[in-house]
Each structure stands twice: as structure tokens, then as C-alpha cells.
Design a protein around this ligand. Structure first.
Ligand SMILES: [Zn+2]
Length: 156
């Protein structure tokens, strides 16, 4: 090790000196190696623990940013998917066929009513043009975003 001030190689590790360090480094000062130059008295501070912690925070922050960008792009992609009306029209047609069969077989009204309810649900979906399959994906992504945000605020 070399003194950055005078270039001397004569440095000694001196621990437990009553240095005052403020800011974020304050709590870490106990883990800091402090060397003093025996030529000029210059002090060199080393804290590999602290710098590793900072690097880990940077890594986490980077991972957080990347995941947020990815989720936002997935959300944008979902927004561009056109509403699939045919899918729900087919569902309704299937149910209507089933109802016809059930009526022919004189099955009790409960099975028929549950299908009529499903038809109403599908008609509502078509009217609002909001696909619940897509909405549930969007909600999943949004709650992941909120969770990321909470975790991030806990760290910083
Ligand atoms: Zn020196």
C-alpha cells in the first residue's frame, strides 16, 4: 500500500481512533480500516464492507428498474390487444345450444338458468368490450408493480 499524499510505503493500520465521520458512512466507521502514513501523517480509509453494500444496493436498484420497465411494456402490450368479440359470441352460441338440448330433455330449470346467467355475463363483457382474461393479467401485473414499489421504498 502507498500513501496517496507523499508516496511512502510506510503505512500502519491504526484502529479505534476517535474519528468523527458523518452521513451514511457514520454507522460503518467501526468496520473501516484506517491506515496512517508514518512519513506525512496522511490517513487512508478503506471500507470494503461498505462498498460491497453500496454495490449490492446498486444491483438491486438496477434489477428493480429493469423489472418495472418490463412490466410496463407488458401492460402496454396488453392494451394493444383488440377485444376478441368472436370468442364470447361463440361462448354464447354454445350455451344457447346447450339450453336447447336441456329443454328438449326436460331437465330442471336450474341448469338452464345458470347458463342464461352466463350468457348475460358474456353479453355484458361484449357490451363493455373489456376482456376479463386480459383484465386479470393486467391486475396481476399492477399488483406486482405495487409490490415492487413497496419493497423499493423499504430499502431506500
Ligand atoms: Zn504520506
Amino acid at each position: 500500500m502507498k500513501c496517496t499524499q507523499c508516496g511512502s510505503n510506510d503505512l500502519i493500520n491504526t484502529m479505534n481512533l476517535p474519528f468523527h465521520v458523518s452521513g451514511d458512512a457514520r454507522l460503518e466507521v467501526s468496520k473501516t480500516d484506517i491506515f496512517i502514513c508514518r512519513e506525512c501523517g496522511h490517513l487512508e480509509f478503506f471500507n470494503t464492507h461498505y462498498i460491497e453494500k453500496l454495490k449490492e444496493q446498486e444491483r438491486q436498484h438496477q434489477a428493480y428498474i429493469e423489472e418495472i420497465m418490463q412490466i410496463k411494456s407488458e401492460l402496454n402490450k396488453l392494451d394493444t390487444i383488440p377485444f376478441d368479440e368472436v370468442y364470447y359470441q361463440n361462448k354464447i352460441a354454445e350455451l344457447k345450444e346447450e339450453i336447447k338440448t336441456l329443454e328438449r330433455l326436460r331437465v330442471d330449470g336450474k341448469s338452464i338458468r345458470s347458463r342464461e346467467d352466463s350468457i348475460k355475463d358474456y353479453e355484458k363483457i361484449i357490451k363493455e368490450r373489456k376482456d376479463p382474461r386480459i383484465e386479470s393479467q393486467k391486475n396481476g401485473l399492477k399488483s406486482r408493480l405495487a409490490e415492487l414499489d413497496r419493497n423499493h421504498r423499504r430499502i431506500y
